[in-house]
Design a protein around this ligand. Sequence first.
Ligand code: UD1
Length: 355
Amino acid sequence: MKVLSVVGARPQFVKLAPVAEALGDAGVEHVIVHTGQHYDPELSDVFFADLRIPAPDVHLAVGSGSHGAQTGAMLGPLESVMAEQRPDWVLVYGDTNSTLAAALAAVKIHVPLAHLEAGLRSFNRRMPEEHNRVLTDHAADLLLAPTQVAVDHLAAEGLAARTELVGDVMTDVCFRVRDAVLAAGTRAPGAPDGDHVVATLHRAENTDDSARLAAIVEALAALPVPVLLLAHPRLRAKAAEHGIALDRGSIVVADPLPYHEMVAAVLGASGVVTDSGGLQKEAYLLGRPCTTLRTETEWVETLEGEWNMLVPTIAELARLDEIVLRGAGASPQATPYGAGDAARRVAAVLQERRP
Ligand code: UD1
């Protein structure tokens, strides 16, 4: 069997790592195509090195652009690669523009399409990722769902027959890296000594509106503990464009971290503030309270027991300190994301359901 994976953005490299290993272990031929949506080494190359992912077989070097321009620039080259490779499955990951472009390219030339992390929904049609998810799920022949909630969403949309619950592959990586970090005593570079929180911010809904971005930065700067802000290039670019200084008050600005150091940063912090999907889940899995600067979350399981709390409006930023520094109990006991063996399930299901 031959599987062609299409990835392009940081979270997809994390998901690819355990899948590439599991496909290799199962003796499956695996072709990796990198669209080039993310190209800065700190968002791309370091993940391949850190997580020991085989180098991409094909790199399309598409780069940044508006949604239409970026997605469109991927389509033609992806179609050519798929037509040449003729895999048994094209496997797409998550909800980025790379996911949607690859889904569209595959179905147009009748190559079977599997979607990993299918069925997540924010029900927020303003998010680019929500369109990418819904369109990809409805195009795909096989929907690999990470949670029961995702399975239920797919059933409600009439997609139950194409759905398999496999668990969350990011949990596979997170648990493995947590164990390695604890064994090696890894520390995140730049992390302040003593009590502090880790923050990331990159979503268009937060970065592109100057009033909202200014309010968030001000609230972070006013927290009574140091805030290690791992700044995505989009955040730096938008803050500069809006004339908002990031390095002030409690904020300590640093570059995005490789995965092992990111896990070390979360373990070393007393809490997380973010708008990232993956990081909300990692905070939950690592037993650190998370504060999410969004109106909703796709990972609703993390909200149980206030392990994750949403801060949807600018008005609520006024009590960010109270929310971020809320006391945490014992680590979450539930395991809604599986036991860390989702990638093996993915490899097995792709073989069982091979068209
Ligand atoms: C993308 C995904 C988002 C995901 C995120 C993870 C879409 C619609 N969004 O958002 O779902 O959570 O990746 O990081 O696909 N840039 C660089 N260097 C890079 C890449 C981007 O400087 O290597 C800057 C550019 O200014 C670019 C901007 O970041 O215009 C946005 O990049 P883009 O890939 O369009 O979206 P992300 O915000 O990274």
